[in-house]
Write a protein that binds this ligand. Structure first.
Ligand code: UDX
Length: 436
C-alpha cells in the first residue's frame, strides 16, 4: 500500500519511517527544501533514538522516499496523512490550523485517485469536518474520506510507542475510511494492539482528553509534593502508595519541576479554548495550566532558597544540569529550565549549564547562561547545582569529584534522581522534590 505523509517533522518522520518498516511504500513530503535535502543525505532534522537507522534501512530497501512535491508525492497513495504543526496561535492559545488547512487545499487540488486523508496532527474537535469541506471544494472526481488518527508518541521513545502502542484510535465516518485504515495498521492488528474505532469528533477529543488527563496527573502529584515538604512526608512513597491502586495506576506520578514539551502545554491550552467556544468550561484543566505555569518559576525560587535567599544569591553561581524538557530529546519547547534560568539570572545569579543534547536549541532561549562542555565543567566554582532534567548521565555523577570542583556542595535535585542519604554522605546539602 502506498502512504503519503505530508509534514516531515517529528510526528510525520517517525510515523512515515515506522509505516515503511511495516512494509508499506511511504513518501514523506515537506515544503522545506532544506529539510528534505538533509533527509535525502541521511541527516535527521531531530534527535530521536533509533530514527536514523530506521530511516536508513527503509530508504535502502526502497520503501521510504522524500520529496517537496506534494502533487507527485500523493499520487497513487491510498492514505494521505496530514502531520504538520498545530502550534498555539499567538495571543489567544487556540491551535493554529493554518498549516493543516493549507495542506488540505493543496491535497484537494492535486488528488488524482481515491484516497483517505488522515489528520495525524493534534487538531481541535471539528477540524476533520473543515478539512473534508476544503477538499470537497476542489475535488469532485475522486472518492475521499477524512479520518482522524491521533498520535500518542512520547519523544525519546517514539519508535517503540509507534510499534507497540497501548492503543490506536481511528475516528472515521464511513466504511471506506475504516477499510483503508485497517489496511494501514494491519501489521499492528496482527500484533494484537488494541484498535478503537470511533466517530471523527470523538477521536479528535480523545487526544486532547488524554494529554489533559496526563498533565493533570503530573500536576496533582506536584502539588502533593509541595504538601509533603510541609508535613514531612515523602512524595515518592505517596506516588507508590497511590499508584499501586489499579484504578489510579503508577505512571505519570513522578513529581518534578512541572511538565513542558511540545504537547502538554499547547494541548491543554487548546482544550481550554475549545471548551470555552462550546460554553462547557473544563475548570480542572484551567487549574492545571495555572498551577504548572507558576511552578516552573517557583522552581527557580527553590534554587534561590538553597543559596540562602534572594539577597544572598546575588553574584553567586549556579550550575544547571539538564535543560531539555525531558531526557533523550534535544527539544527545549516549554522546558522548565527556561523559567528557572530566567528566575536565577533575574536575581543576579551567574548561571552555567550542561545538557547532553539540548544546548544548541537552548542557547538562543537563555542567552545569559554559559553553556559548558560537560557536567564537571559546568559545576566548577558553583555555589549550588540544580538537576533540571533526569538524563542518565547525571544519575551516576562522581559526587566526590563534583565536591572538589564546586565552591559550596549544595545539590538541588528537581527530579529526585538521587537518594538523599547517598548525597548527604558525601557532604552535600541536598534538596529535592517532596522529600525531606
Ligand atoms: C506527551 C504524551 O506522553 C504523548 O502521548 C503525546 O502524544 C505527546 O505528549 P511527550 O511530550 O514526548 O509526550 O513527553 P512525556 O514523556 O509525556 O512528558 C511530558 C512532560 O511531563 C515532561 O516535561 C516530563 O518531564 C513531565 N513528566 C512526565 C513529569 O513531570 N512527571 C511524570 O511522571 C511524567
Amino acid at each position: 500500500m502506498k502512504i503519503a505523509m505530508v509534514g516531515s517533522g517529528y510526528v510525520g518522520l517517525v510515523s512515515g519511517a515506522c509505516f515503511a518498516d511495516f512494509g508499506h511504500d511511504v513518501v514523506c513530503i515537506d515544503k522545506d527544501p532544506a529539510k528534505i535535502d538533509k533527509l535525502l543525505d541521511g541527516i535527521m532534522p531531530i534527535y530521536e533514538p533509533g530514527l536514523e537507522a530506521l530511516v536508513e534501512s527503509n530508504v535502502n530497501a526502497g520503501r521510504l522516499s522524500f520529496t517537496t512535491d506534494l502533487a507527485e508525492g500523493i499520487k497513487d497513495a491510498s492514505a494521505i496523512f496530514i502531520a504538520v504543526g498545530t502550534p498555539s496561535r499567538r495571543g489567544d492559545g487556540h491551535a493554529d490550523l493554518s498549516f493543516v488547512y493549507a495542506v488540505a487545499r493543496e491535497v484537494g487540488q492535486s488528488l488524482s485517485n481515491d484516497a483517505v486523508i488522515v489528520t495525524k496532527s493534534t487538531v481541535p474537535v471539528g477540524t476533520g469536518d473543515e478539512v473534508e469541506r476544503i477538499i470537497g471544494d476542489s475535488c469532485t472526481s475522486h472518492r475521499f474520506s477524512v479520518v482522524s488518527n491521533p498520535e500518542f508518541l512520547r519523544e525519546g521513545a517514539a519508535i517503540g510507542d509507534f510499534k507497540r502502542p497501548d492503543r490506536i484510535v481511528i475516528g472515521a465516518e464511513d466504511e471506506f475510511g475504516r477499510e483503508v485504515m485497517s489496511e494501514v495498521y494491519r501489521p499492528l492488528f496482527l500484533n494484537e494492539s488494541p484498535i478503537l474505532f470511533t466517530g471523527r469528533r470523538t477521536s479528535e477529543l480523545i487526544k486532547y482528553a488524554a494529554n489533559a488527563f496526563l498533565a493533570t496527573k503530573i500536576t496533582f502529584i506536584n502539588e502533593m509534593a509541595d504538601l509533603c515538604e510541609r508535613v514531612g512526608a515523602d512524595v515518592q512513597d505517596v506516588s507508590r502508595g497511590i499508584g499501586m491502586d489499579n484504578r489510579i495506576g503508577s505512571k505519570f506520578l513522578h513529581a518534578g519541576p512541572g511538565y513542558g514539551g511540545s504537547c502538554f502545554p499547547k494541548d491543554t491550552l487548546a482544550l481550554l479554548k475549545t471548551a470555552e467556544d462550546y460554553d462547557s468550561p473544563t475548570r480542572i484543566v484551567e487549574a492545571v495550566v495555572k498551577v504548572n505555569d507558576s511552578r516552573k518559576r517557583a522552581m527557580g525560587r527553590k534554587v534561590l532558597d538553597a543559596l540562602g535567599g534572594m539577597e544572598a544569591a546575588r553574584g553567586k553561581k549556579v550550575a544547571l544540569l539538564g535543560l531539555t524538557f525531558k531526557p533523550n530529546t534535544d527539544d527545549m519547547r516549554d522546558s522548565p529550565a527556561i523559567a528557572i534560568a530566567q528566575a536565577l539570572t533575574d536575581a543576579g545569579v551567574i548561571v552555567s549549564a550542561f545538557d547532553p543534547e539540548g544546548m544548541e536549541q537552548a542557547r538562543p532561549l537563555m542567552p545569559d547562561v554559559t553553556m559548558c562542555d560537560s557536567s564537571y565543567d559546568a559545576v566548577e566554582g558553583a555555589d549550588a547545582i540544580a538537576i533540571v532534567t533526569e538524563w542518565d548521565a547525571f544519575r551516576a555523577l562522581d559526587l566526590g569529584r563534583v565536591k572538589e570542583l564546586v565552591r559550596h556542595p549544595v545539590l538541588v535535585d528537581l527530579r529526585n534522581i538521587y537518594k538523599p542519604e547517598d548525597v548527604r554522605a558525601v557532604g552535600f546539602t541536598y534538596e529535592s522534590i517532596g522529600r525531606s
